[in-house]
Design a protein around this ligand. Structure first.
Ligand code: FES
Length: 80
C-alpha cells in the first residue's frame, strides 16, 4: 500500500533524532522516505526534521493535506 492510499493519518511516536518523511507517496516504508523518488521525476524530496525530544506526530496518509507531511484534517473533508 502506498503512503497516500490511506484514509487517515499515520500516528507516530518519534524518538529524538533526524527523520526523513516521504513527500512523493512512492515509499514502501511509509511514512519514511526509502529513496523511491530517485529517478521518478516527482519533483519532490523528503521532508527532513530533527526532533530534540520524543514527540507524537500525525503524518498525512491521504495526500490531501496542505501541510504535508503532517495531517491537517483534510482527509475528513472529502469523505461521504
Ligand atoms: S490523513 Fe491526509 S489530511 Fe489527514
Amino acid at each position: 500500500m502506498a503512503l497516500y492510499d490511506k484514509k487517515g493519518p499515520i500516528i507516530m511516536k518519534e524518538e529524538p533524532g533526524v527523520k526523513f518523511y516521504c513527500m512523493c507517496g512512492l515509499t514502501e516504508e511509509a511514512p519514511y522516505c526509502d529513496g523511491s523518488h530517485n529517478g521518478q521525476e516527482t519533483g519532490k524530496t523528503p521532508y527532513i526534521v530533527k526532533f530534540s525530544e520524543a514527540k507524537t506526530v500525525k503524518i498525512c496518509g491521504c495526500g490531501k493535506s496542505e501541510r504535508l507531511p503532517y495531517c491537517d484534517g483534510a482527509h475528513g473533508k472529502f469523505e461521504k
